[in-house]
Design a protein around this ligand. Structure first.
Ligand code: HAM
Length: 418
């Protein structure tokens, strides 16, 4: 029997793993520069954490979690999202005692049993940030601008930021009834899944992709009309700060998001380069989550973005950090040079250079071809003649210059090359 990967999962093969690595290292750099620190939480948690945090009626919790009872009888779930897990850790580790504001980021794998398609997998990777502790709109604007800037700097074109406010829980309670009153007389026009949601989670109907429902909803009362005075001031300030930051956005009053913890600001960034699964990232404010998971009331805001979709939307030409790295290819000719070659290679590598050699003992022609394929900008050649003279030939492939360098001055010579 030949084994195959599980449906909705995939292997990151060597031809693309560099791209993944480069995107990840760029994200680490960008978020650290913005004052966020990495947090890593376990890959599984108590099932109740997600039921309570994300909401039992959400699709994620009601249909998509990988859950099981372990040998000790504990109900466990592979993390379907990070926010609840990060908040659990924040409370458990008293991060509020270290600073009144915790600025955290994460990169890692998540699991949802969704129907696989382009851009949607059962194991997928996210990066995201959570700012726990501030109720102010400048924090929302910072979070949104970080998401927008990272995606733009990764070279993803055609991105659109959709923004909404779904108000505080009181606002939503009021609006929920107004929406039900509007939809009930039109019950027959609703899809099966919306009929099921009408009583449990009517706001999710606003998220529909069903054309006739979208038409019907054009006439529905908008949540933004029911915002409280404070909700509205907050939302206006978020928009003002985004304008100040030159971040363009579109108001989308139907943007409610699929997870139940959101309050006030919600946003998504979509790309027209993707198909049906066009959301690169999503997030918003969740002022009640810390308290509902057992902590003190703590306003928070964050977002998460899907790596697979970022890589799909990224321009293939965008090699990021990779383009700044000078690659060296070491060409060793003849068996007598191998031990010296390995020694020099180690020294160059320890000095921080990217260097490769040919472990297949191929001809000089094949090795040069390999250097070319790799995009090397320098070759170092060591043959019998060089061994006798205790030197190597260093060729700068961009200028075509070739010079010999004695064994003990190879690294200073490499440093002298621009
Ligand atoms: P989410 O909208 O469920 O939000 O996921 C965020 C992003 O993860 C999506 O926009 C998408 O790019 C990616 N994603 C989600 N599901 C899949 C999948 N099955 N396959 C591939 N990519 C996927 C959250 O997870 C919230 N925790 C975000 C957040 C953080 N809100 C506040 N803080």
């Amino acid at each position: 029997m030949k084994f195959r990967s599980i449906k909705g999962t995939y292997d990151v093969l060597p031809n693309v793993s560099n791209k993944w690595k480069n995107v990840e290292s760029y994200i680490h750099q960008h978020l650290s520069r913005s004052g966020y620190s990495e947090i890593r939480t376990p890959i599984f948690e108590n099932t109740d954490l997600f039921k309570r945090g994300v909401g039992e009626d959400s699709d994620v919790v009601s249909k998509e979690m990988y859950s099981w009872i372990d040998q000790g009888g504990t109900d466990l779930t592979l993390k379907p999202e990070y926010t609840a897990s990060v908040v659990r850790s924040y409370i458990q580790n008293n991060l509020n005692s270290i600073s009144p504001i915790s600025k955290l980021y994460y990169i890692g794998d998540l699991f949802r049993r969704e129907r696989p398609q382009k851009g949607r997998y059962r194991q997928f990777r996210q990066f995201g940030i959570e700012a726990i502790g501030s109720k102010y709109p400048e924090q929302d604007a910072e979070i949104i601008s970080i998401a927008y800037n990272i995606l733009s700097e990764l070279g993803i074109q055609d991105i659109t930021l959709n923004l909404n406010s779904i108000g505080s829980s009181e606002t939503r309670k009021k609006y929920r009834q107004i929406l039900i009153d509007f939809l009930k007389p039109n019950y027959d026009q609703l899809s099966e899944s919306s009929k099921n949601r009408l009583d449990s989670n009517p706001l999710r109907i606003l998220d529909t992709k069903n054309k006739s429902e979208m038409k019907l909803l054009e006439k529905a009362p908008m949540i933004t009309e029911y915002l409280s005075n404070e909700d509205e001031i907050h939302f206006n300030e978020v928009q003002q700060y985004l304008n100040d930051l030159n971040i363009p956005f579109i108001l989308d009053t139907n943007l409610v998001r699929g997870l139940d913890y959101y309050t006030r600001t919600t946003f998504e960034i979509v790309s027209s380069k993707l198909g049906a699964q066009d959301a690169l990232c999503g997030g918003g404010r969740y002022d009640n989550l810390v308290q509902s998971l057992g902590g003190k009331p703590t306003p928070s805001v964050g977002f998460a973005a899907g790596f697979e979709r970022i890589l799909l939307a990224m321009d293939d030409e965008n090699e990021l950090v990779e383009k700044n790295i000078k690659k060296i290819y070491f060409i060793g000719l003849g068996n007598e040079v191998k031990s010296t070659m390995i020694k020099i290679l180690g020294e160059i590598r320890n000095a921080g250079y990217y260097i490769e050699f040919d472990p297949l003992r191929r001809s000089i022609k094949s090795q040069l071809r390999e250097a070319n394929k790799l995009g090397a900008s320098i070759t170092i050649i060591l043959g019998e003649k060089e061994m006798e003279e205790q030197c190597v030939q260093i060729k700068d492939l961009s200028s075509g210059n070739q010079e010999s360098a004695p064994f003990d001055s190879i690294i200073p010579y490499l440093k002298s090359l621009k």
